[in-house]
Design a protein around this ligand. Structure first.
Ligand code: GDP
Ligand code: IMO
Ligand code: MG
Length: 428
């Protein structure tokens, strides 16, 4: 199984970090192909808890080569801080590779992210404020700064001048902020070159050569399908392709090399930030899910919005990503409910709709049509075989599998590395 893609099926925080970590010891490379330090992955290893943002979760596994590929936007200071924090805890971070073509996030991207959100008022996206959108906007606008640019001072100065030319007018005249000096940014970036240089590589070449040699490469998506800039709930999305197609453009490894697509999906649903969310709960059940599932953002600490499992969303993900296997996480969180509602379709203006509607307005006021499944009271955290799960938990999984468009190959029963039930080998 040479190249495997792992992505989020819902609105993020499905437990991708844990799923990657689970496969860690069996893969040679783990590649982050989209997003930046807007991601927040919590991985629990024994008594140790790690929160990763910019680094792929594979960095926690000895021997794995972590790769930040071209599709990522890199805040270099954040990168160094994260590396230092992991080194201080004894994690070997020496193998990290960073694509020469990845774009950088600078101080002006962070500033613009915050001021544009403020200007949007009640139309706010609720971004993480990390400069992600403005950095990708510059990339598409062809005024971005790439990692390779910081190694050529002349080019770097020219590019920063070009990027700041319009932005300073905008910052001063529209947003009432101070102008940012070209030299300030150039000096900042030049200060990173020495430490960064040994990590920089032609990562497309490295990964394709590794695949030629029969090595296993895991592509780890940040964010998730419903936050994808093309396929998500636009404009309430992130600015990159978080779906499986993004793994190819974001890494320079062709789609025909990717043999399996694993989607991580929570046994219920959460979302951080604004935008439609049909199964959202505004009552005490929503509070209960948030409390039981510790649903607070790993990156911003914001309480996550919570709701029941949405099967049309899972089916949509299966279609867009070509999902071969689901990893269903946080089943243990649902313990204690008498019955568990699962959305099987929507009611849109009195009409039953079985798939995620293409019209965003329809999705905004789609009302879930629920089926009530029997709950269970047993603690699931000790289950390691499917047959260890109580009958109604097994039935819950089987019903979700039937509704969601691909087999459920693994089931999370707790945050710990070994708290998982594997039904089908994810790499075989
Ligand atoms: P990611 O962004 O997709 O990597 O997910 P996050 O790390 O932001 O959020 C998932 C949270 O759920 C983390 O705190 C994990 O430790 C935790 N988690 C993952 N799988 C399970 C599970 O099966 N059960 C429970 N109770 N927690 C889990
Ligand atoms: P992981 O990888 C959940 C959300 C933000 C906001 C929108 C745009 O941990 O699953 P951005 O800063 O990306 O421009 O914000 O996307 N968002 C996430 N929500 N998990 C994430 O990452 C997210 N990354 C971005 O809350 O609504
Ligand atoms: Mg997260």
């Amino acid at each position: 199984m040479p190249a495997v893609v792992l992505i989020g099926a819902q609105w993020g925080d499905e437990g991708k970090g844990k799923a990657t970590d689970l496969l860690g010891s069996r893969v040679d490379y783990v590649v982050k192909f989209n997003g930046g330090n807007n991601a927040g992955h919590t991985v629990v290893v024994g008594d140790e808890k790690y929160a990763l943002h910019l680094l792929p979760s594979g960095i926690l596994t000895d021997g794995v080569v972590p790769v930040i590929a071209n599709g990522v936007v890199v805040d270099i200071e954040v990168l160094f801080n994260e590396l230092d924090a992991l080194s201080a805890r004894g994690v070997d971070v020496s193998r990290l590779l960073v694509s020469a073509n990845a774009h950088v996030i600078t101080a002006y991207h962070r500033t613009l992210d915050r001021v544009t959100e403020r200007f949007l008022g009640k139309r706010q996206i609720g971004t993480t404020g990390r400069g992600i959108g403005p950095s990708y906007a510059d990339k598409i606008n062809r005024v971005g700064i790439r990692i390779q640019d910081i190694f050529d001072e002349g080019i770097l100065r020219q590019k920063v001048e070009g990027a700041l030319d319009q932005k300073n007018h905008l910052l001063v005249k529209v947003y009432n902020r101070r102008a940012i000096a070209v030299e300030e940014i150039v000096d900042d970036l030049l200060g990173f070159t020495e430490r960064l240089r040994p990590m920089v590589a032609d990562t497309s070449l490295v990964l394709n050569s590794a695949l030629d040699e029969g090595k296993t490469v895991l592509f780890e998506g940040g964010q998730a399908t419903m936050l994808d800039v093309d396929h998500g709930t636009y404009p309430f999305v992130t600015s990159s392709n978080a779906t499986s197609g993004g793994a190819a453009t974001g890494s320079g490894v062709a789609p025909n090399r990717m043999e399996r697509v694993i989607a991580v999906v929570k046994a219920y649903t959460t979302r951080v930030g604004a935008g439609p969310f049909p199964t959202e709960l505004h009552d005490e059940s929503g509070e209960w899910l948030r409390g039981r599932g510790f649903e607070f953002g790993t990156t911003t600490g914001r309480p996550r919005r919570t709701g029941w499992y949405d099967a049309p969303v899972a089916r949509y993900s299966a279609r867009i990503n070509g999902v071969t296997d689901f990893v269903l996480t946080k089943l243990d969180v649902l313990t204690g409910l008498e019955t568990i509602p699962v959305a099987v379709a929507y009611d849109v203006d009195g009409e039953r709709v079985d798939e995620v509607p293409v019209s965003q307005s329809d999705f905004h006021h789609a009302k879930p049509i629920y089926e009530e499944l029997p709950g269970w009271t047993e603690d699931l955290s000790g289950a390691r075989e499917f047959s260890d799960l109580p009958k109604s938990a097994q039935d819950y999984v089987l019903t979700l599998e039937e509704l969601s468009g691909a087999r459920i190959s693994a089931i999370g029963v707790g945050p710990g590395r070994d708290e998982i039930v594997v039904r089908h080998d994810l790499l075989d």
